[in-house]
Write a protein that binds this ligand. Structure first.
Ligand SMILES: [Zn+2]
Ligand SMILES: [Zn+2]
Length: 445
């Protein structure tokens, strides 16, 4: 897949392509003025056009200059690859952007593996390009003709979706973006040398703990078998990926699963989504610690460090109310329309389900545990600060939301009465799932 200049024709052509590759706009313009046909000429062997070379090397000014001369943005090379595929492959976001603006088609398939630009962005882990292509897919004809969901799950010649490739190449950020955009977590490849593999099999193969984590948190099935009859755990063990194997072991506690089927979850605003997702991953890491302890695996490199120590002072200054369900965290999620508040951990416990219990697949929307009204929307509740101008305090408070509020004496219990029955006892309709955050799930095999 060389984007080099080998085997180009005349030395004149070679000079031109070298100027394109080096981003020498002046020389490129001069050459094109003296011979306009240069813009559509290609290298002899790979049949790379100037547009391909500019895109692969991130030469956005040269790329623009060529596009300005009404060159087809979807010109293909020897392997039927478009300039956009090369930009996605090499992570050249600005070039990809220009090509897209010039009308580049995101639904072209190359002749090597039948891959699209989305496959290439996922395979090489260029999440910015991936995001760009997905947003184009949402707003262009592809969405109308193919449908966005189908495009996200587009298969290459071996039956691999972009999610398969990202998992196989250990690209957790791309895995996340794809899952977030509706990639099917349990898609099965047709060929790919491992026919019948799920993304989880391929993540197990690459040994990417982050990919395994994300796939599990999006509901990947640990018991799915590939064409050789192996579950992902077998694959991880065979490849000596001990930590991955520990999480993939069917007898290990199952993680919380992102409740994506819930309507209000798919409609979350970005702040609430980021908060809930971070809380979910954090809760799952707590479970992992127990799993690793039991299996004597220690985390290879703790990506999630205990970065900030609990800041008791900030907590004491906090005017944000303690969650009335766990009495542990500060309220940071508000339910609409009723306006009741709780912490993100408790909200997740309300929404998340144990896969084993949801075989019925009827995932009913949870209701507010305080008033039983149905939840239509969630919003992030910002901690109230006494001195409103104090930015530092605000950021401290935001940091402190997830730590135990140690200030029993000073916490405000405003509003508690509304949650209390006349007997003075807590009168909350807490579902059974509420303690899922703290207890590892029992697993019956
Ligand atoms: Zn709580
Ligand atoms: Zn309520």
């Amino acid at each position: 897949m060389g984007q080099g200049l080998s085997c180009s024709g005349s030395s004149y052509d070679h000079d031109f392509f070298a100027a394109v590759q080096g981003g020498n706009l002046g020389a490129v313009e001069t050459s094109i003025r003296s011979d306009p046909s240069l813009v559509s000429r290609t290298t002899i062997y790979d049949r790379l056009s100037a547009l391909h070379i500019a895109a692969a090397n991130g030469r956005v000014e040269v790329l623009s200059a060529i596009l300005d001369r009404s060159i087809n943005p979807d010109v293909v090379n020897r392997y039927k690859q478009t300039p956009l595929m090369l930009a996605a492959m090499h992570g050249k976001l600005a070039c990809a952007q220009k090509l897209v603006e010039a009308g580049a088609n995101i639904l072209m398939f190359d002749s090597l593996n039948g891959r699209t630009c989305l496959h290439y962005a996922a395979y090489y882990g260029h999440s910015d390009c991936l995001q760009l292509i997905l947003s184009v897919a949402q707003s262009t004809a592809v969405a109308d003709s193919w449908g966005f969901a189908r495009f996200v799950n587009v298969r290459d010649g071996n039956g691999a979706t972009p999610l398969h490739l990202a998992a196989r190449q250990a690209q957790p950020q791309c895995v996340h973006i794809l899952l977030d955009n509706g990639a099917l977590v349990s898609a099965v490849t047709g060929g790919y040398g491992y026919p019948g593999s799920t993304p989880l099999h391929l993540a197990a193969r690459s040994g990417s703990l982050d990919c395994v984590r994300k796939l599990l948190a999006w509901g990947a099935d640990r018991l799915q078998r590939d064409s050789l009859g192996r579950i992902p755990y077998n694959v991880a063990v065979k490849r000596n990926h001990g930590a991955c194997a520990a999480l993939l072991n069917p007898s290990a506690a199952e993680p919380l699963v992102w409740p994506s089927p819930l309507k209000f979850i798919s409609e979350l605003d970005p702040d609430a989504k980021a908060l809930l997702e971070a809380t979910l991953m954090e809760a799952n890491r707590e479970r992992e610690k127990k799993i690793f302890k039991e299996t004597s695996y220690s985390l290879p490199s703790p990506t999630h460090s205990d970065e900030a120590a609990p800041d008791d002072n900030a907590a004491e200054e906090s005017d944000s109310e303690l969650c009335y369900i766990c009495f542990d965290q500060a309220c940071n999620i508000g339910i609409q329309e009723c306006g009741h508040q709780m912490c993100a951990h408790c909200m997740l416990a309300l929404c998340c389900h144990n896969k084993r219990n949801s075989i019925s697949l009827c995932l009913s929307s949870p209701t507010c545990p305080f008033c039983r009204s149905s939840i239509s929307r969630l919003v992030v509740v910002k901690a109230k600060v006494k001195d409103e101008g104090d930015e530092e305090t605000i950021s401290k408070l935001r940091k402190s939301w997830r730590f135990k509020n140690s200030s029993e004496g000073s916490s405000s219990f405003k509003g508690l009465s509304s949650a209390m029955g006349s007997s003075g006892k807590m009168n909350l309709a807490i579902p059974d799932t509420i303690d899922m955050v703290d207890k590892p799930l029992e697993v019956h095999l």
